[in-house]
Design a protein around this ligand. Structure first.
Ligand code: ADP
Ligand code: MG
Length: 300
């Protein structure tokens, strides 16, 4: 039973067999009727890459990507890493061997929407439409078209504003995990329904959900909103498992009857969870539920 580690070992001690720890951890996985999945890093691999760029200004593409990277270089977000990687790759293509990315001044993180900072004498914002709106940057029809085009392809569109105008956009793609679809379909055969909750936009979330066979989606939710969704389901008398990897999933992992953290996820998520899927493979969601059902019947 090497796949499971219980994050709240209670007073059971290390010698207790893992199977028993799973069943007694919170004692609820055997009654789980719904599994709520986070999107980024849980259903998807969590390593997005930039697959397309569109410029809406006179800024040359390399300069544009360097500015976006400067704003993102101190962010921990997977999208930020993709933007920085892309700027470096572009430099190589243009024959430069410098990997140096300037750092923005006055760097600020806007959780669930993006980052901002000053690059040289320019104010740069990198993030979603919500960030642009919050900073009074208008998003024109040309930009809207590029966004919806990207989102229908299950990509996340990253807008870059320079001095109050959208100067360009990058589309990132984060492939779904190879086992995701089969796991969702197997859960359905166990009479367990699957739901997705994500901070990403509705169009991208719906496209990813369709790829893995999830019919019910809650998008554009902040961390507390994710936990509220869990509580709503519990009020209907359903035992809920939550699977997530990020800091933004930890309130939901705590609220769930069974919180399952992706092993490759953040420490905050791992600490908030009851079970850690140490191989980061979604098949172990089934193993965990199955195991606790069997164990419980044996204990009885
Ligand atoms: P998720 O629930 O999918 O893990 P988050 O709550 O972290 O997503 O972020 C929600 C959305 O905010 C992202 O899909 C992205 O559009 C935007 N965002 C957040 N951080 C960044 C960043 N550093 N750079 C660009 N966009 C970001
Ligand atoms: Mg995530």
């Amino acid at each position: 039973i090497s796949v499971l580690v219980v994050a709240c070992p209670c007073a059971l001690g290390l010698a207790t067999p893992t199977a028993v720890m799973v069943a007694t951890g919170k004692g609820a996985s055997q009654g789980v009727k719904t599994v709520v999945f986070d999107k980024t890093g849980t259903l998807t691999v969590g390593k997005p890459v930039v697959v397309s760029t569109m410029i809406f200004s006179h800024i040359p593409i390399q300069e544009f990507c360097d500015m976006a990277a400067a704003a993102e270089v101190n962010s921990e977000h997977p999208i930020a890493k993709a933007v920085v990687q892309h700027a470096k790759k572009l430099r190589q293509q243009y024959g430069s061997n410098s990997e140096y990315i300037a750092e923005a001044q006055d760097f600020e993180v806007h959780p669930g929407s993006g980052v901002s900072g000053k690059v040289g004498d320019k104010v740069v914002l990198v993030g979603n439409k919500r960030l642009m709106q919050a900073c009074n940057v208008s998003v024109g029809p040309e930009v809207e078209d590029y966004m919806s085009e990207s989102e229908q392809l299950a990509r996340t569109c990253v807008l870059v504003a320079v001095d109050g105008m959208v100067a360009g956009a990058l589309a990132v793609t984060d492939p779904v995990k190879p086992e995701a679809e089969q796991v969702i379909s197997f859960l359905r055969s166990m009479n367990i329904s699957s739901i997705m909750v994500t901070g990403d936009n509705w169009a991208t979330a719906t496209a990813i959900a369709k790829e893995v066979g999830i019919g019910k989606v809650f998008a554009e939710t902040d961390p507390l909103g994710k936990a509220d969704k869990i509580k709503e389901l519990q009020l209907k008398g359903v035992a809920v498992a939550m699977v997530g990897d990020g800091i933004n999933d930890s309130p939901a992992l705590v609220a769930a009857d069974v919180g399952m953290a992706i092993g490759a996820g953040t420490d905050v998520a791992i600490e908030a969870a009851d079970i850690v899927l140490i191989k980061s493979n979604l098949e172990d969601v089934i193993t965990a539920i199955d195991l606790s059902r069997k164990t419980l019947s044996r204990i009885r």
